[in-house]
Design a protein around this ligand. Structure first.
Ligand code: PMP
Length: 283
């Protein structure tokens, strides 16, 4: 474990953040989570592009060039010697006496980053299939920006875990958007469906990997379109995708089994193919 804050390495859990930091008082910050596989960041350039986009959308000035940031992540991987893990990176707008409106000229963005080990056994266990519940999507209309302001997500995730589910599938006006902390795919007649990457979902990097690399490489068709709860309930297969878990088969939806209650055939192929890509690595 290694922690970085504003230009230096600090003790993990160090109390270094100002109580006036807007990340703390308003959730006024953006973040990324990247997987470390075989001691290297997987698909970092994709995460980096999304991070800089989030900052542009939030009007947070960029203080570090993409090359310098990439180098910093490489140093984190090397110095920590972590092989299987993840990096959490957060940039807040900065610290100022509490006032809703911000003044860009008076704020210095604050960057926090840490690298931690992952329990790969727990991740492998989820690959055998998990339970999901359905909940209303109560978030704002710019969830394509990856901000730390995650109240609806954490409430939904807590409700799910209280029901012994892995996570929740969210519905906005009966349309399935995504998971509480992942994207959602439905498989019907061997074709995959997922919500279009608009303002109502986070454009997940794992989702992008499935769409642009993994599915094409094994001849699976993925269609980006809106679908409703009845379509989800009628699915042959269902799965979540996210950076930490990869492809996570959903084998139980509320009280019902999905398909025959085992991870679906298409889901399994995508999962294996994604895991292979992660082993190979991608800049
Ligand atoms: N949607 C939400 C709401 C998320 O929080 C996440 C990340 N945990 C994802 C989708 C998946 O994105 P990624 O594949 O980039 O991890």
């Amino acid at each position: 474990e290694l922690t970085y804050f504003n230009g230096e390495f600090v003790e993990p859990g160090a109390k270094v953040v100002s109580i006036d930091d807007r990340g703390y008082t308003f959730g006024d910050a953006v973040y990324e989570v990247t997987r470390v596989v075989n001691g290297r960041c997987f698909a970092w350039s994709y995460h980096q592009d999304r991070l800089y986009r989030s900052m542009r959308e939030m009007d947070i000035p960029v203080k570090m060039t993409p090359d310098d940031l990439t180098e910093l992540l490489e140093i984190m991987c090397e110095q920590s010697e972590i092989k299987d893990g993840y990096i959490y990176l957060q940039i807040s707008r900065g610290a100022a006496p509490r006032h809703h409106a911000y003044d860009r000229s008076k704020l210095e963005p604050q960057m926090l980053m840490y690298i931690k080990n992952l329990d790969m056994d727990a991740i492998r266990k989820d690959e055998d299939g998990v339970k999901a519940i359905c909940l209303p999507d109560e978030r704002w209309l710019h969830v394509d920006i990856k901000t730390t302001n995650l109240i609806p997500n954490i409430l939904a995730q807590t409700k799910a875990e209280k029901k012994f589910a892995y996570s929740a599938i969210l519905f906005r006006d009966d349309i399935c958007t995504e998971g509480a902390c992942s994207n959602v795919f439905v498989v019907k007649d061997e074709i995959c469906y997922t919500h279009p990457a608009d303002n109502k979902i986070l454009k997940g990097i794992t989702r992008q990997m499935i769409l642009t690399r993994v599915a094409p490489s094994i001849g699976v068709t993925v269609i980006e379109k809106e679908f409703d709860r009845a379509f989800v309930e009628d699915a042959d297969e269902l799965f979540f995708t996210d950076t930490i878990g990869g492809v996570i088969p959903i084998t139980k939806l509320e009280r019902n089994v999905v398909g025959d209650g085992k991870p679906g055939k298409v889901t399994k192929r995508l999962q294996e193919s994604l895991n292979k890509l992660m082993e190979e690595g991608l800049p």
